[in-house]
Design a protein. Structure first.
Length: 171
């Protein structure tokens, strides 16, 4: 009987402690993708990234046109060419193909680098605003609902989007 009383008291103490802890946690949530989509800096960065992508695409298209022209000329004249000239033409075509592949890889890396350079400050600004809102309003946690990693979303969780938008001066 004494043992039962001890277990009951310990269980009551633990449940009371858990209830007290649960009452001090203030949860908030935000959709960071939505926040980023309304930030004017992101639209400007996207335009710069798109312009650079179009520039690289234009260069790749020019290389493809040159490749097609070279390949068609080779196919049309192949039967009349000597072995040595044929080998030289095939090497030219192969070299151009290699340059195209190298340039494509370079363009992809440069676009990724440009995207990181332009978007990192925007992500940092949004993150700082979310952290500031959390600290100023006493939130214990602010969850990002755009990631899909949330296991539980209570009805009493506060959407902090309006507070963060106000912090950033957005509507």
């Amino acid at each position: 009987m004494r043992q039962f009383l001890k277990v009951t008291l310990v269980a009551a103490f633990l449940l009371t402690g858990a209830n007290l802890f649960a009452q001090t946690v203030k949860l908030g949530h935000i959709d960071s993708n939505e926040l980023l989509s309304i930030m004017p800096e992101k639209e400007q960065a996207q335009k710069q990234i798109q312009a650079k992508a179009e520039e690289y695409d234009k260069q790749i298209q020019e290389m493809k046109a040159e490749y097609q022209k070279l390949a068609q000329a080779y196919i049309a004249a192949r039967e009349t060419l000597t072995e040595e000239v044929r080998a030289i033409k095939e090497k030219e075509i192969q070299d151009l193909q290699n340059r195209m592949q190298t340039f494509d890889g370079f363009a992809q890396q440069e676009l990724q680098k440009t995207q990181n350079e332009l978007l990192r400050p925007i992500f940092d600004k949004a993150s700082k605003a979310i952290k500031d809102v959390g600290a100023e309003n006493g939130f214990t946690y602010i969850l990002d609902i755009s990631t899909g990693v949330i296991l539980f979303h209570a009805d009493n969780s506060t959407d902090v989007m309006p507070l963060v938008k106000a912090k950033l001066g957005l509507q």
